[in-house]
Design a binder for this molecule. Structure first.
Ligand code: GTP
Ligand code: MG
Length: 198
């Protein structure tokens, strides 16, 4: 499958600001700095569609990108970013919950974890949340360009076991830098979402 066209549509903090058509959605969640915005840029072949930064906490709003005039990619703000006040954390929780609960057009969620590290408690909680609300998940282990060849199996096992990944969910290594996993990831993201069958 292919991504031929991508455009930023809108940023939202609450449901009344979400796009109002009923196009299907794929959302990207994960720790701040895990690489969500970079991933969106890589799979859309755009340098700067989603804003990225080496400072965690770049994405603060829910950003909707229309793909192939057909469905949305939804870039969500990351969690686990140390320099966030209690009130900001609560704002984040409220914003995420409002989006994730009852979003009927949301078809699947890509959960990004840094492939070098054991998933955090918050990652585990996020995955449990995704499953509790009945969404299909794709676990994306990012920044795989930083791994040595013999770390792959070991780290995959740690991530699988820590998150307790369900058999129906997918796992993939990905790098925005060397594009590892790009084509396979696009297929996973678009399957059952894109109207195009290639
Ligand atoms: P928030 O918006 O804060 O939630 O972060 P994010 O998950 O959107 O992360 P972002 O895409 O902004 O990337 C964070 C940092 O990681 C940036 O400095 C990126 O250049 C870097 N990065 C992202 N993907 C990769 C990757 O595949 N490999 C390497 N080496 N660095 C990456
Ligand atoms: Mg971001």
């Amino acid at each position: 499958m292919m991504i031929k066209k991508s455009e930023f549509i809108t940023s939202a903090v609450k449901p009344s600001q979400y796009p109002e058509d009923n196009r299907l959605e794929v959302a990207f969640v994960g720790r701040s700095n895990a690489g969500k915005s970079s991933l969106i840029n890589t799979v859309t072949n755009r340098r700067n569609l989603a804003k990225t930064s080496s400072t965690p906490g770049k994405t603060r709003l829910i950003n909707f990108f229309l793909i192939n005039d057909d469905f949305y990619f939804v870039d969500l703000p990351g969690y686990g970013f140390a320099k966030v006040s209690k009130s900001e954390q609560e704002k984040w929780g409220g914003m995420m919950e409002a989006y994730l609960v009852n979003r009927t057009q949301l078809k699947k969620i890509a959960l990004l974890v840094d492939s070098r590290h054991k998933p955090t408690k918050e990652d585990v909680q996020m995955y449990e949340w995704i499953k509790y609300y009945g969404y299909e998940a794709i676990i994306v282990a990012t920044k795989s360009d930083k791994l040595k060849r013999n770390d792959f199996n070991k780290n995959k096992k740690t991530i699988r076991e820590t998150l307790n990944i369900k058999p129906e969910d997918k796992f993939i290594f990905f790098s925005a830098l060397n594009k590892e996993g790009k084509e396979e990831l696009i297929d996973l993201l678009l399957e059952g979402v894109s109207q195009e069958n290639e």
